[in-house]
Design a protein around this ligand. Structure first.
Ligand SMILES: [Zn+2]
Length: 235
């Protein structure tokens, strides 16, 4: 009898300790998830340039970077929404965000983007651009991140990996994500990256960047990078 109740006490004790551990876990786990949950499942997609600032142009097709950026931004928005994210676009039309096209328009345009980002409190900011380089042979995707911010670096690496896989399929050699000093990266504490989807200075990339199939694949790769980054952040 005595031995029986002794076992009973041990059982109750173990149950109690298990319950305490479970309580502590459920108390602390949502805290770490809440670090993201409080910000909602929002992503800001920023289509670079717009209006009187067309960015660079395709060497073969003459396409304006601002137009390519906007169509990739919309394709990315669709992908991310399919995944359950709420997407906030900075630039929604061909127009820039600067108001009147007068002196200081670029600064006003960038500050308007910053305001949208701060109001959205997003998990990530993805700024879509196209690259241009003096050597026409250079091609592929290139991500820039804020070198002072670990989360921006992790997001940049995750997207770069996916872009390398995509361009690797057509024989383009891998590029590395780079730290850069750009307004859109430094204007906010939310992790922000610039995704240069390809080189408009390379005739092959230029043609690809005008293809809706390729733009769809690029947006899929970028969305996969965002997911890779977020799953790493929650792990
Ligand atoms: Zn650009």
């Amino acid at each position: 009898m005595k031995r029986f109740s002794f076992l009973g006490i041990i059982c109750v004790g173990i149950s109690f300790i298990t319950a305490v551990i479970l309580c502590v876990q459920t108390f602390f786990l949502p805290q770490s998830v809440a670090a993201f949950g409080n910000e909602g499942m929002r992503i800001v997609v920023d289509a670079g340039h717009g209006g009187i600032d067309g960015g660079v142009s395709g060497v073969r097709t003459g396409v304006k970077e601002s137009d390519v950026n906007l169509s990739i931004a919309y394709a990315l928005k669709a992908r991310l929404e399919e995944m359950g994210f709420e997407v906030i676009m900075t630039r929604k039309t061909e127009a820039g965000l600067y108001g009147a096209p007068t002196k200081g328009f670029k600064r006003r345009d960038m500050e308007a983007r910053q305001k949208i980002i701060e109001k959205a409190s997003p998990l990530a900011v993805i700024s879509i651009h196209q690259n241009f380089y003096s050597s026409r042979s250079v091609r592929g995707g290139q991500v820039f991140y804020n070198g002072e911010q670990e989360r921006s670096g992790a997001l940049g690496e995750a997207i770069q990996t996916e872009l390398n896989t995509l361009y690797g399929e057509i024989g383009v050699k891998n590029r590395g994500a780079k730290a850069g000093n750009y307004f859109i990266l430094e204007c906010t504490d939310f992790p922000s990256v610039i995704v240069e989807c390809g080189f408009l200075s390379n005739p092959n990339d230029d043609e690809l960047l005008c293809s809706s199939t390729w733009k769809g694949r690029l947006s899929q790769a970028i969305a996969a990078g965002v997911m890779g980054y977020l799953s790493g952040s929650f792990a």
